[in-house]
Design a protein. Structure first.
Length: 521
């Protein structure tokens, strides 16, 4: 039973946080509150009046809006077109809509540009568009699902300022997050659910992150140990002058050069959209580099297909588990096979020619137990698991093959504190055994805490190095946006300057285009 005996009371004009482990029932509860799923029993009341929602349209009509973790915007539409889409009857599609969007933006400090194409916006701007979209439809209660998952510290501060402005205007916010420090800093009240049941409420001023985490998991958390360096002098992965071009010859990645040694975690920090995805795809073989070389131990693998790289010891935790990590409608044991079709225990015979379903099923049971994947069995589909449990299955699958080199892209995105600690321990243990790891994450505490070496990617170039023992999340966040910072050594100042100049020209031309468009109208 996903939810049973849930009690949640959100006061007007407050930020109310909802926390719980993966699989605790948060997503199910939000689907019920937003009309995407009907409850079997119990009641929901809005402003003291009992309601029954049959669809999201019913929830929206009663003033409830939801901003999903994965944004639902059309990249090839403008901000105005995205906001108006489906709500044309409210204020039209022209001057009336524009006036209302500007009014909402100014009132709540959202700073959106109605004529900007969504594909040109950063993650934080897209999120503000999503918030504006639900406010445009008259929402008085906002549900925000993991809103800070991909934001740098400065963007988190800006979001929290927006939330406080919403609160001061009498709106209510239900804030779902696994980042307990942020929950305590922004929430007025906190409800904790465990295994589908409300187990307590907390007042931030009287609670610590550790107490909150222990209430979530139902037991004391282990005290983290100080990790000693395990870095060796044995190169495992060497990338030399890697370049990847878009159509027209523009560089998406330019002069990417680094080495990762056995026992080393190299962290890459950067605002999403600065080349991290393309770097991952080039390393795993999903995209072909235009120039440069990739070497795994002593083999140059630049032109190798993905399967050969995998069979040679490249592990892969993808940034998008739904697109690149799972077959959502397939059972868990079939998902255990993905990426390792020719390897034991998934196959047998010379060259792994024959699939071994029984071997895969037995090993899936081991992964489920060892990695605490919350599931009724290995025959259920991957889609039936919560996001965090899907992630634990992927991590268990990749670590089970003892890779020499692991690409870990956002390995703990969307997982609770208990699962996060377990995944970190798995990475640290494998590192002690000689694993080389490329870590890409939007969680700066994770980057700083796990990495032996830190580098910053900006506009497709590695522009700065940082010492994880000295740098702060704020300094790292500044470098990610192109600003100089105290404990960072800038390795490509020209790249930062060129990128900032390019951004300024783009923004100026965009404003001119928007102005011209207005005059035409």
């Amino acid at each position: 039973m996903a939810n049973h005996d849930i009690h949640l009371a959100v006061r007007k004009g407050t930020v109310h946080a909802l926390v719980g482990e993966n699989g605790a029932g948060k997503s199910t509860l939000m689907k019920i509150l937003y009309g995407m799923q009907k409850p079997d029993e119990g009641t929901i009341a809005v402003d003291g009046e009992q309601v029954a929602f049959h669809s999201p349209a019913d929830a929206i009509a009663r003033g409830i809006g939801m901003v999903h973790q994965h944004f639902m915007l059309a990249d090839n539409f403008t901000v105005l077109e995205n906001v108006v889409l489906g709500s044309e009857k409210l204020y039209g599609i022209g001057g009336g809509a524009r006036k209302k969007i500007q009014e909402i933006s100014d009132r709540y400090g959202l700073s959106v540009r109605p004529d900007a194409l969504v594909e040109s916006l950063g993650v934080a701007e897209r999120q503000r568009v999503e918030i504006l979209k639900v406010l445009y439809r008259g929402a008085k209660i906002l549900i925000l699902d993991e809103p800070t998952a991909v934001l740098v510290p400065q963007e988190v501060d800006a979001l929290f300022a927006n939330l406080r402005e919403l609160r001061s205007e009498g709106l209510s916010v239900i804030f779902i997050s696994h980042k307990l420090g942020e929950v305590l800093s922004v929430a007025d009240e906190i409800t904790v659910i465990r295994r589908g049941t409300t187990v307590g409420t907390a007042v931030p001023s009287e609670t610590t992150p550790r107490q909150l985490a222990e209430l979530m998991v139902g037991s004391e958390l282990p005290t983290p140990e100080t990790a000693e360096s395990t870095v060796t002098d044995r190169p495992v992965l060497t990338v030399d002058s890697l370049r990847l071009e878009a159509e027209g010859g523009r560089a998406i990645l330019d002069d990417i050069t680094f080495t990762i040694h056995a026992g080393e975690v190299l962290g890459i920090a950067g605002v999403e959209g600065n080349g991290q995805t393309e770097l991952i795809e080039a390393l795993i073989g999903l995209k072909s580099a235009d120039s440069g070389a990739i070497t795994l131990v002593e083999d140059e693998i630049t032109t190798w297909p993905t399967r050969r790289r995998r069979e040679s010891g490249v592990g892969y935790i993808p940034e998008d588990r739904h697109r690149h990590g799972l077959l959502l409608e397939a059972p868990l044991w079939e998902n255990r096979i993905l990426g390792h079709v020719t390897e034991k225990p998934n196959s047998r015979g010379r060259g792994g020619f024959w699939l071994d379903p029984k071997g895969a099923q037995e090993d899936t049971k081991r992964i489920v137990e060892e990695y605490d994947v919350r599931t009724p069995g290995i025959d259920v589909t991957a889609a039936s698991l919560s996001g965090g449990n899907q992630q634990k299955l992927i991590v268990g699958r990749e670590m089970s093959h003892k890779p020499r080199f692991l690409i870990a892209a956002h390995p703990t995105r969307g997982v609770d504190v208990g699962a996060q600690a377990a995944i970190w321990d798995q990475i640290r243990e494998a590192r002690r055994e000689g694993l080389a790891v490329l870590l890409i994450s939007a969680d700066l505490d994770e980057l700083i805490g796990l990495s032996d070496t830190l580098r910053v990617i900006y506009n497709g170039r590695l522009v700065a190095d940082a010492d994880p023992a000295a740098v702060t999340p704020e300094e790292l966040g500044s470098a990610m946006t192109g600003a100089a910072s105290g404990h960072l050594e800038h390795t490509d100042d020209n790249a930062v300057g060129d990128a900032v100049a390019e951004d300024a020209v783009t923004e100026e031309s965009g404003q001119a285009g928007a102005s011209g468009e207005d005059e035409t109208r």
